[in-house]
Design a protein around this ligand. Structure first.
Ligand code: NAP
Ligand code: GDD
Length: 337
């Protein structure tokens, strides 16, 4: 039986990856920051909480990383832990740099010292492309990060490549484009949209307030992406791979898709901060724009090219963006019933 360790096991991807690896017959371990009262709702929702082994683990502290890896003979280590909300990285830039950047060095150094044979996955991100240098983005596209989060992730990406090349470690980096699910945190735009529209569809009167509706993202389903993470670690040679759908969608269109799944027929009017969406049937204002949710520097449009992952190990997405929006909106609606 293979043994895997997942940092960030309590997050969206950690829960989906736990379920995936358990179904493959793995013994699954994971790190939690607050062992006395871990936030385990994602693991509970997927019905896997009782099947995983939780260890105290914080990316900010080297000694507990050495202990965790020194005491346990893991075959695979997936680093999914991060301060993952881009918007918060301007408010907590040094913390984001420490956890998302130096934290990865702490893991790599601990693995190199006490568990050098373990295969390692780093959660890199399309946010590294930032102000994109070509369209679509692939493994060769230059990085131009636009947030403290993105800058820290570029460091993490290159230190992973460097340890692979310096110490012959099996260390791979998945450059993943946005992936969502009903387990997505409500601070991220897709889940904010589906949870708020569900509230409105249930009779709520306050409109949904959003920022930049013109931003475009390549949205996929998290369940598809965790399979790609595992596939990367099954390759004989470690490497870097993009996982994406190849389709870009504006935030405005994601709202329309989610609204439609809940019976809201949205009509958009206005521009910039005066833009709004009204339900054609009720005449109610459903969406308004608030400057509060704009970022100091924006990533305008991302769209990925996953050809390398497809050619190397056959990865492809199975859920398109409309189905994803419907899945998330209905899950939020049902949760209010
Ligand atoms: P998420 O739901 O926000 O989960 C993040 C996890 O990291 C949580 O379990 C959190 O634990 C943990 N964590 C935060 N700070 C930590 C620290 N100092 N030490 C140890 N654990 C810590 O994120 P996700 O969407 O699953 O994303 C997983 C990874 O993929 C992240 O690294 C993210 O940056 C990256 N990524 C995500 C996407 C995406 O679209 N989802 C795309 C590309 C890359 P708590 O429960 O204690 O908060
Ligand atoms: N969160 C949020 N809230 N975003 C909004 C809002 C709002 O009210 N209104 C518009 N947006 C826009 C943001 O400005 C951004 O352009 C886009 O919606 C997506 O924002 P998020 O959902 O917060 O995700 P992200 O793309 O910044 O980051 C996510 O994807 C990255 C991969 O590209 C996170 O999961 C990162 O951890 C991940 O690396």
């Amino acid at each position: 039986m293979k043994r895997a360790f997942i940092t960030g096991i309590t997050g969206q991807d950690g829960a989906y990856l736990s379920k995936f690896l358990l179904e493959k017959g793995y013994e699954v371990h994971g790190g939690v920051r607050r062992p006395a009262s871990p936030e385990t709702s994602c693991l509970e929702k997927l019905g896997v909480l009782d099947d995983v082994h939780l260890h105290q683990f914080d990316l900010g502290d080297s000694s507990n990383l050495f202990k965790t890896f020194g005491d346990n003979n893991f075959d695979e280590v997936y680093n999914l832990a991060a301060q993952s909300f881009v918007g918060a990285s301007w408010d907590q830039p040094t913390y984001s740099a420490d956890v998302n950047g130096i934290g990865v060095l702490r893991i790599l150094d601990a693995l190199r010292t006490v568990l050098p044979e373990a295969r390692f996955y780093q959660a890199s991100t399309s946010e590294m492309y930032g102000r994109v240098q070509s369209v679509p983005q692939n493994e060769e596209t230059a990085f131009y990060p636009r947030s403290p989060y993105g800058v820290a992730k570029v460091y993490a990406h290159y230190i992973t490549v460097n340890y692979r090349e310096s110490f012959d470690m099996h260390a791979s980096s998945g450059i993943l484009f946005n992936h969502e699910s009903p387990l997505r945190g409500k601070e991220f735009v897709t889940r904010k949209i589906t949870s708020e529209l569900a509230r409105i569809a249930k009779g709520g009167s306050e409109p949904l307030l959003l920022g930049n509706l013109d931003a475009e993202r390549d949205f996929g389903f998290a369940g598809d992406y965790v399979e790609g993470m595992w596939q990367m670690l099954q390759q004989e040679t470690a490497d870097d791979y993009v996982l994406a759908t190849g389709v870009s969608t504006t935030i405005r269109d994601f709202v329309t898709y989610a609204g439609s799944a809940l019976g809201l027929d949205l009509e958009w009017s206005g521009t910039g901060v005066t833009e709004k969406a009204v339900d054609r049937k009720s005449g109610n204002a459903i969406v308004k724009v608030s400057e509060e949710f704009f970022r100091p520097a924006e990533v305008d449009a991302l769209v990925g090219d996953p050809s390398k992952a497809k050619a190397t190990f056959g990865w492809k997405h199975t859920v398109d963006v409309k189905t994803l929006a419907e899945m998330m909106a209905k899950a939020d609606f049902d949760a209010l019933s």
